[in-house]
Write a protein that binds this ligand. Structure first.
Ligand code: AMP
Ligand code: ZN
Length: 139
């Protein structure tokens, strides 16, 4: 992809602080960390969205994310790690090249997700949504 900022990082056309690289995958420091030490893991080939990305690429991204998480625990002294992925603008995705966020968490890092749990009207409403998903589920 010509205009993709992450493809430019892969081609070393723009700088990045790389923490891991193999044949298929690259991991580098996020320039706007949610918590300092925040890393992005991307495939070297441009894929997007998640639902059109081959399973083996998704598996590679998460295998590397797991290793980065261990490095954040061992190297940065992280007490926990958030691994997350935004898919689509409605979900907060800004760069349309699939990527996994690996965010080190510290007991006193001061970051709070705005995780406001809601309630279903009743059990039927929840079951209806589950049924809608099940009826279009492909494996
Ligand atoms: P998302 O909102 O999930 O698409 O996340 C995109 C992430 O890419 C954000 O956390 C940005 O801070 C990060 N980002 C954008 N440009 C760069 C760059 N040139 N180098 C490193 N991280 C970047
Ligand atoms: Zn790209």
């Amino acid at each position: 992809m010509n205009n993709c900022i992450f493809c430019k990082i892969v081609k070393k056309e723009i700088p990045a602080t790389i923490v891991y690289e193999d044949e298929h995958t690259l991991a580098f420091m996020d320039i706007g960390p949610i918590v300092k030490g925040h890393v992005l893991v991307i495939p070297k080939t441009h894929y997007d969205p998640l639902t059109e990305t081959p399973d083996e690429i998704v598996a590679q991204l998460h295998t590397v994310a797991k290793r980065i998480a261990q490095a954040q625990i061992d190297g940065l002294g992280a007490d926990g790690v958030n691994i997350m992925q935004n898919n689509g603008a409605a979900a907060g995705q800004e760069v349309p090249h699939i990527h996994v966020h690996v965010i080190p968490r510290f007991t006193d890092d001061g970051h709070h997700w705005n995780w406001a749990a809601k309630k279903y009207d009743d059990f039927e409403e929840m079951a209806e949504l589950a049924e809608k998903m099940l009826s279009s589920f492909h494996l």
